[in-house]
Design a protein around this ligand. Structure first.
Ligand SMILES: *Cc1c(COP(=O)(O)O)cnc(C)c1O
Length: 452
């Protein structure tokens, strides 16, 4: 290791605390120090190149050091790096909102910026809740969400996006949420066909929403793909049914497209595939092409209008973050939309997704310990099981996902698992030869680890 990298590793071990990381394991290992990047590759201190197989945690869109994005951020730096949205505005924030609104599902006409997916979700929950209060629907004080939903790590977001593994210590802090079981065939609806599972999940949602709908401020869902749950997919029919049921019982619908937005599922937003338009939409991760922290909550004009009143009524939406609508981040966001147009990114994604599907079927699905391969666009989950016939899972102590991701590094690919699910979520700019490497290296690593 070079001196600089060794020094960084040393300081890291002495001073840092990493997200979602058992630091005992981290401290016992040798950290990989990334010093630069180029296109879809990350480069370590020794100059070794790694394909960024999970888009730097699901956010990179057009690759790293893209000339158009780099130039846009540099140009903004020559104007102003940050000024506030509280009482002032700036061109980047306004232009980005104006360009995003036509891309969003119909009727979402207002953009409230923040700086992370979790904050975008908190904002949606608070807007929904306050709107009900302002409309005099004061009994609508609960939320509904899907089992194993993930909406971020702040307290409100973990209340709606509860995971037993991650959040059990905070349970006494969390508000009570109505849970709907999604049609996840592999674990939850074992033995059912996809159609039967979808019908059963819709029946359950109908019964619960009809019983409790009048108590609900909103139903929140990750459309089509429950990412952090382990890439659980549901068919567009399920999403469409939830949207219909929400309308029936008069509750608002929040779609959390923090992971699925900006092309990841094969359409610009996942909602498009179900032909639905929620009342509130949360985006983050890919909004700046994966360059800088920015998030946004889209709201309908009707919701926006609910908050209009004389100043002294104090019904404004009292919420904000210091870096809300940061100009550098907005410049990256605008440049990212330019790249979507110039590079015809969505056309490329559709071709990529088709070939990815073929390769997964040929190279991954037949492997002895692969229980399930799930994919929507470029979002892929490969669930590893101890026994394919019984679907018996690996014990957590086997750290099967982490071991496969360690092994795939030696083949020049960076991945990050979700338990025993290997996630592939490459940048939309992935080239076909890079796709070959991504799938073949993953297959090789799964074979090495599961046959050892
Ligand atoms: C990542 C994610 C979030 C949280 O975003 P952060 O920027 O990490 O706070 C929220 N919802 C979904 C669906 C996500 O995948």
């Amino acid at each position: 290791m070079s001196h600089d990298a060794a020094h960084a590793a040393d300081l890291d071990r002495r001073y840092l605390w990493h997200p979602f990381t058992q630091m005992r394991d981290w401290l016992a290992g040798e950290p990989l120090v990334i010093v630069s990047a180029e296109g879809n590759h990350l480069i370590d201190a020794q100059g070794r190149r790694y394909l960024d197989g999970v888009s730097s945690l699901w956010c990179n869109v057009h690759g790293h050091r893209h000339p158009i994005l780099d130039a846009a951020v540099r140009a903004q730096l020559d104007r102003v790096a940050h000024s506030t949205m509280l009482g002032l505005t700036h061109p980047g924030a306004a232009e980005l909102a104006a360009r995003l609104v036509p891309l969003a599902p119909d009727g979402l006409t207002r953009v409230f910026y923040s700086d992370a997916g979790a904050t975008a979700v908190e904002i949606a929950l608070k807007i929904a809740f306050q709107a009900c209060q302002l409309r005099g629907e004061t009994t609508r004080t609960r939320f509904a969400s899907l089992v194993e939903a993930y909406h971020g790590d702040t307290i409100g977001a973990i209340a709606v996006g509860y995971s037993e593994t991650f959040h059990r210590f905070y349970r006494p802090l969390l508000f009570d949420v109505l849970r709907l079981t999604p049609p996840h065939v592999f674990r939850w609806r074992d033995g059912m066909t996809e159609d039967a599972a979808c019908a059963a999940a819709i029946d359950e949602a109908r019964a619960k929403l009809h019983a409790h709908g009048h108590e609900l401020a909103a139903l929140i869902v990750e459309p089509l793909v429950q990412g952090a749950a382990g890439m659980w997919m549901h068919p567009p029919e399920y999403l469409a049914a939830l949207a219909r049921l929400a309308r029936e019982v008069g509750t608002l619908l929040i779609c959390d497209e923090v992971a699925t937005g900006f092309g990841r599922t094969g359409t610009f937003f996942a909602c498009e595939q179900a032909g639905i338009a929620p009342d509130l939409l949360c985006v983050g991760k890919g909004i700046t092409g994966g360059y800088l922290p920015l998030a946004a909550t889209f709201a309908s004009e009707a919701l926006f209008a609910t908050f209009l009143a004389p100043y002294e009524d104090f019904v404004a939406f009292f919420h904000g973050h210091t870096y809300t609508g940061n100009p550098l981040a907005c410049a990256a966001g605008l440049a990212s939309l330019d790249v979507f147009e110039q590079e015809k990114t969505m056309t490329h994604v559709q071709g990529l997704a088709r070939v990815l599907g073929e390769k997964l079927a040929r190279e991954i699905a037949p492997l002895a310990h692969v229980g399930d391969v799930r994919r929507c666009g470029l979002m892929t989950g490969i669930e590893l099981v101890r026994d394919r016939a019984t679907r018996a899972p690996y014990s957590p102590a086997a750290k099967i996902g982490h071991r496969v991701c360690d092994a795939v590094r030696k083949h020049g690919v960076i991945l990050r698992p979700l338990g025993s699910v290997i996630v592939l979520m490459p940048p939309l700019s992935l080239r076909m030869d890079e796709l070959d490497l991504l799938v073949s290296a993953t297959a090789q690593a799964i074979r090495e680890v599961t046959q050892a």
